[in-house]
Structure formats: C-alpha cells, structure tokens
Design a protein around this ligand. Structure first.
Ligand code: SAH
Ligand code: SF4
Length: 354
C-alpha cells in the first residue's frame, strides 16, 4: 500500500483521481511549488484534498540536521515516518558566476546525492553504511522527497537544472522497483523535469539487476562501484563479488542500453596500499577495453574505526596519469565536504554516537 502522495507517478495519480487533470496540478504543487501541506494546494477542491489526506501523507521526511561544508556542500539527515534516518548531500559543483557588468553568467550548479535504503545488505568492508546492516527499503516517495526538500530548503527554483546521483546510503538495484519509480517521478515534465540524462544510478554490481534496469529503458546513466580489478581483492572489499564477479558485471554492462553520447562511469575507491598501484591501473585499462567508459578515482575517506587509509596524492595522480596515457577518461573525486563527514553513512553515524 502506498502511504505518501509522493509515492505515485503522475500516471498512477491520474488513475486515482478524477478528473485526470488534477494529477498534473498536484504534481505542480508538490514539485514546482514545494508545498508541505494540502491546505496550500489552492486550486484543488477541498473534498478531494480531504479524501487524499485521509489516505496519504505528504510529509514522508523531516529534516533532522544539516551540516554545511566550507566548499558549499550541505549534508542532510532526514527522519522517516518510522523514526529511522537517511542522509542526502547537496553538492555545489560550480558556484554562480557573474559578468563584469554584474549580470549573471551562470547559476550555481548542483548535484544531489540521495539514499535508496536505510542501511545496506551488501556489506562492503570499507563502507560505514554497511556497519549498521540493512533495515529497510525506501519507498519511491521517500526517495523523491529527499530532493524536493533539499530544493525547497535552499530556494532552488524548480526550473533550475540539477543532477541526481543515487550514491547515498543503500544499494539502489536492491530496491529496483521503487528506485525506478522515483526516477520516473523525477523526470516528469509536470514535476521536477529532471531528465534521465541527469540521473545516475550507482551500483555495487548486481549483474542480474543491471540487466533488469536496462530492460526498463529509463534512460538513466549507470555507475559501477568497481574498486578492485581482480576477484580475490574485490571479494575482500565487496563480498557481493562472490555472487556477481567482475566478468559478470562487465558482461552485463556490454548489454546495457547507453545513450550514445554517454559513458558508463566506473568508480574506483582508492585505498592506501590496497589498490593504489600501477599494476592495478594496468589491469583496469585492459578490463575496460571496448567499453565506452570513464573512471572516477575516489579518495578513501577514513572514519573512526576504519581499517583502511586515505591514499597518498602522489599515487592517486600516477594512477590517473597512467589511465589517461592509455586513452581512458579519468577524473579524481576529492571527497567533497570532507569537513562535514563526507561519505554517506557518516553523518548518521555521528548522530547515533552523540
Ligand atoms: N551502493 C551503491 C551506491 C551507494 S555507495 C554503490 O556502492 O555503488 C556510494 C559510494 O560511496 C560508493 O562508490 C562507495 O564506494 C563510496 N564510499 C563508501 N564508503 C566510502 C568511504 N569511506 N570513502 C569514500 N567513498 C566511500
Ligand atoms: Fe552498500 Fe554501496 Fe556501502 Fe557497499 S558501498 S555497503 S553497496 S552502500
């Protein structure tokens, strides 16, 4: 049973509400005007609002805490209806800029990093989210609401473009149906109108689900958390590799429908002394052979009690240089908002310990 109004796609709302055009109006109230109460939906008849409000809340999340970083990123901790909590991050990718005459050159560019589950089943050894195990899936509405509330809280107008990455807590492909539905809601032209081109689903590599995601033809981008180039090390870092090894992932990607202008992103978490050597870089190049890919090297972000360490910058740069010299597109991701407990799972952890 759906519990929140945000759990519905526009098509579903159109089946639920008569006359149909009310669905479009409700979408606009929710996703363009960011209302948080039925009362504020001014052109919707009172009887309809009363009927809907009896069944569906429009407040799936509550902001519990916000931490702002010196680089402009903001980390949100949300409380769910049942008292659980999840995190999202608003990342400032580029600050707004002005021409010399004071007119606007371009608006600030944002990416919102969202969670898809409370906790995670995958159990990666480097990940803080994994430590508290799996609690439950988020519903589509609970996923969508993270972006809606962050846009509202920051006064980001509905027509401003922003990117979405499913890289917060949880494994999106382990909650495929709700994640797919959230993607459809995000991209609705009467709602937030965030093109699937601007949405990236990141996965630890559930090969069979990559195939299922492809079959849904959502048009979203795919990111693979690879982190290791041989199965032995990958199993150590990511136990899921026993069920879905590197070859199965690469095979699944080869069949994934990718926009011809886009590339599959491979995330490679670089850990000091574990996977930061040039031999790994070399193997990575041969693994990616024939795939339209780009690599994102991520600095491991240590946390209290973590068994791994942040790599040295020198090794990071050498790794990148090698990939680029072999024609592989490669960027380095500085953990944004490092001073605000950057990698997802870390704000929630802090709250629990305080
Ligand atoms: N479960 C999905 C999506 C969420 S994880 C996946 O694994 O792809 C999002 C990203 O956070 C992953 O790429 C993961 O490697 C990264 N991450 C986890 N722990 C981290 C840490 N301590 N430092 C830096 N990145 C981390
Ligand atoms: Fe889950 Fe991703 Fe963390 Fe692995 S890295 S435990 S898949 S959230």
């Amino acid at each position: 049973m759906r519990r929140f109004l945000q759990d519905f796609t526009k098509n579903e709302l159109e089946d639920l509400i008569k006359p149909k055009f009310r669905a479009k109006q409700i979408f606009s109230w929710l996703y363009n005007k960011y209302v948080t109460s039925y009362d504020d939906m001014r052109n919707i008849p009172k009887v309809l609002k009363e009927e809907l409000s009896k069944k569906y809340s429009i407040e799936p999340l509550r902001i519990l805490n916000v931490e702002e970083s010196i680089d402009g990123s903001k980390k949100y901790l949300f409380e769910l209806d049942d008292g659980n909590s999840v995190e999202s991050v608003l990342l400032l990718m580029k600050e707004e800029e002005f021409h010399d005459d004071g007119t606007l050159k371009h608006h600030a560019r944002y990416t919102v990093c969202i969670s898809s589950q409370v906790g995670c089943k995958i159990g990666c050894s480097f990940c803080l989210t994994a430590k508290s195990g799996f609690i439950r899936n988020l519903s589509a509405g609970e996923i969508v609401e993270q972006v809606r509330l962050i846009k509202r809280d920051n006064g980001i107008a509905s027509n401003r473009r922003l990117n979405i990455v499913y890289m917060g807590m949880g494994e999106p492909l382990d909650n495929l149906d709700e994640v797919a539905k959230s993607s459809i809601i995000f991209s609705d032209p009467d709602g937030m109108a965030i093109s699937p081109n601007r949405q990236t689903i990141s996965t630890s590599g559930l090969s069979s689900k990559i195939k299922k995601l492809g079959e849904k033809r959502l048009g979203v981008n795919l990111a693979i958390s690879l982190h290791a180039v041989d199965d032995k090390l990958r199993e150590e870092l990511m136990p899921i590799n026993r069920a879905y090894n590197i070859k199965s992932i690469i095979d699944a990607i080869r069949e994934f429908p990718i926009n011809t202008r886009k590339k599959v992103m491979f995330e490679y978490l670089v850990i000091k002394g574990v996977n930061d050597d040039l031999k790994s870089a070399k193997k990575l190049v041969s693994l990616l052979n024939g795939i339209r890919s780009k690599v994102n090297l991520i600095y491991f972000n240590p946390y209290q009690g973590s068994i791994y360490q942040r790599p040295e910058e020198k090794n990071m740069l050498n790794f990148q240089k090698y990939l680029i010299s072999k024609g592989v597109l490669c960027t380095i991701r500085e953990s944004k908002g490092l001073d605000i407990s950057a990698a997802c799972g870390q704000l929630r952890d802090k709250q629990k310990n305080s």
